[in-house]
Write a protein that binds this ligand. Sequence first.
Ligand code: NAP
Length: 244
Amino acid sequence: MRRVLILGGTAEARALAAELVERGVHVTSSLAGRVRNPRLPAGEVREGGFGGPEGLAAWVRNERPDALIDATHPFAARMTASAVEAARLTGIPLLVLRRPGWPQAPGELRVPSLEAAAAELAVGDRVFLTTGRRSLPIFANLTGVWFLARSVDPPEPPIPRNVHIILDRGPYTLMGELALIDEHRLTVLVTKDSGGELTKAKLAAAGERGLKVIMVDRPPLPGGVTHVETVPAALDWLRDIGAA
Ligand code: NAP
């Protein structure tokens, strides 16, 4: 039986796991274990870090999967770097499945980091912040800025003093996002270029209401890595190397 290890935590990772399980492939999906009640993919699931690239390499040597798919979130740069190094150490074929980013909208400001996004905010801004609960400390010291922060699990301190938290995981609708913008009189959207369909309604809503959009760019992929943008393309690659 063919075996594939998927580094997951995304909708694409779950879709790929479902397709492979259906084809009779033995799939192990790996989750970081940070979300309290994660959406679980089909097949076997393991949770928690591997202990760096050496730990992942040891897992690969023990379990002997035929291929490694890094389908982690586009901002999970440490895990991707770790996968590249583990593949180098073990020789396992590695593919990065990374959905495309969102196209830049007219007037949208692109910044290289969360810190740069924070530096763009001004007194009086009312900010829709969708960059994840672990990013809140970066915005904690801004005074005179009000935040509506949305995350899957509750954030831990430090968090901004003037913040209202909503816990949600999407998918989100245009109507829902417009209602949030209107209810909280939001003027700025700060978000990451995660890409994908599930969370993109906020961009259309921000456009409709004329919010300033500050978009954090993705970290670049490591050089030389094989990369596809869709689940069908990942399936083709797995078929080509005889792992599916
Ligand atoms: P990260 O900074 O790249 O990873 C930090 C460490 O967490 C890694 O070195 C690894 O620990 C462990 N880890 C990350 N993903 C893992 C996985 N799929 N399986 C096992 N261990 C994993 O990643 P992150 O940004 O914290 O994201 C963590 C997870 O949440 C990812 O799986 C990602 O797909 C998902 N996610 C992230 C975001 C985001 O905005 N960053 C959004 C949605 C979902 P070891 O070094 O010990 O192996």
